[in-house]
Design a protein around this ligand. Structure first.
Ligand SMILES: Cc1cc2nc3c(=O)[nH]c(=O)nc-3n(C[C@H](O)[C@H](O)[C@H](O)COP(=O)(O)OP(=O)(O)OC[C@H]3O[C@@H](n4cnc5c(N)ncnc54)[C@H](O)[C@@H]3O)c2cc1C
Length: 330
């Protein structure tokens, strides 16, 4: 079900649940599905008119029947294990082209294509010889080996730093990606500024960090972009991201979870053993009891629900432009 095909909001069937999940984004829906499958009574509260959070499909263009991922649009970090265990009817397709970065060199328009058969030629045309392409391949080989070792840990108990280092068994990769700012490795491996910039995209996007930031927040961002499903591939969801979140909502409902849209949690009170969640909906306000509450929302939203001082909000760093073309540009 997409954001523009919403069912009526309904009302919670019970006064109390084993678990109340605040927020029907994909993470809340996965949690709800697993809890319900484990025999827990589960209520999902979503303040908007549809589940899916930032992973929804909508028809954003009036009068045009094109359904697309409004915000989040590519799938990488969703473990196949979850797709299989929840029996999700959901598929992805591989992309050929990852990116094209236009540039002007010596007054001439050029650019760098990454993905598909033209990649090697594009590197050579841009940089003058094959060295940068070979460096690119070596670097990708290194991140691929890291991905194969690290990704399976995402669905296991969190390993310690030493466990992960031992699992990686690659001192150079450990140094480059986990110990030193990634800018060091990028400068060691690549000479061309545009190539360096393309590699760093996965590290800097949305972080407000620089390549040499001592916090290593850029390394963490980079790792999240290159380890998905042990390949680092970013695939296109068939039917848009909403197809995934709809499948997750279906799996949660099939396991017995109740999902209520247009239901906003406005307050959580707890004595440490049980909680009471105040819920506002078109039908009015009501309080629901819970043994556990999972908040699938920002730290600011969580603090507001608990009546705590909220942490400083994260600065927004992304802008997405959706365009519908009648033909490819010349
Ligand atoms: C422009 C953009 C592009 C992105 N592209 C990608 C991409 O291509 N691939 C990718 O993997 N990730 C991408 N991301 C990141 C991805 O969208 C998020 O990581 C993901 O949506 C987080 O999911 P979530 O379930 O944790 O939270 P959300 O999707 O944020 O869902 C939280 C839900 O909680 C609800 N909620 C909040 N407070 C309350 C309350 N008090 N009561 C009831 N409901 C409440 C909200 O309405 C929302 O539905 C992108 C993000 C943006 C902004």
């Amino acid at each position: 079900m997409s954001a523009d095909e919403t069912p009526s909001a309904g009302t919670p069937a019970h006064d109390s649940y084993d678990a109340v999940v605040v927020g029907g984004g994909h993470n809340g829906l996965v949690a709800a599905a697993y809890l319900a499958r484990a025999g827990q009574s589960v209520l999902v509260l979503e303040r908007l008119g549809a589940t899916g959070g930032a992973a929804v499909s909508t028809r954003p263009f009036d009068g045009i029947d094109a359904r697309l991922s409004r915000y989040s649009y590519l799938v990488s970090l969703l473990p196949q294990k979850i797709v299989q265990e929840l029996g999700l009817g959901f598929a992805v397709r591989k992309r050929t082209v990852s990116s094209y970065t236009p540039a002007v060199r010596g007054g001439r328009s050029t650019g760098l294509l990454v993905g598909g058969e033209g990649t090697r030629d594009s590197f050579t045309a841009l940089t003058g010889d094959g060295r940068e392409y070979e460096a690119w391949q070596r670097f990708q080989g290194m991140t691929r080996r890291v991905a194969e070792r690290v990704f399976p840990t995402l669905t296991e108990p969190l390993p310690s730093r030493e466990d992960l280092r031992a699992r990686l068994d690659d001192a150079d990769a450990w140094r480059a990606l986990f110990e030193e700012p990634i800018g060091v490795a990028v400068e060691e491996n690549f000479a061309d500024d545009l190539v360096r910039g393309v590699v760093l995209t996965d590290a800097l996007i949305g972080t407000f960090a620089d390549a040499h930031d001592p916090s290593l927040i850029q390394n963490r961002c980079f790792l999240y972009h290159v380890i998905g499903n042990s390949t680092g591939d970013w695939d296109v969801p068939v039917g848009g991201m909403g197809a995934l979140t709809d499948a997750l909502a279906d799996a949660a409902r099939a396991a017995g979870a109740e999902i209520r849209v247009l239901h906003e949690a406005t307050r959580i009170e707890t004595d440490g053993n049980r909680a009471e969640v105040t819920v506002r909906s078109p039908g009015g306000e009501r309080v629901v009891g819970a043994r556990r509450v999972l908040v699938n929302a920002s730290p600011q939203a969580l603090a507001a629900l608990l009546g705590d001082e909220p942490p400083a909000p994260a600065e927004g760093a992304q802008l997405k432009v959706n365009m519908l073309l009648t033909r490819l540009p010349k």
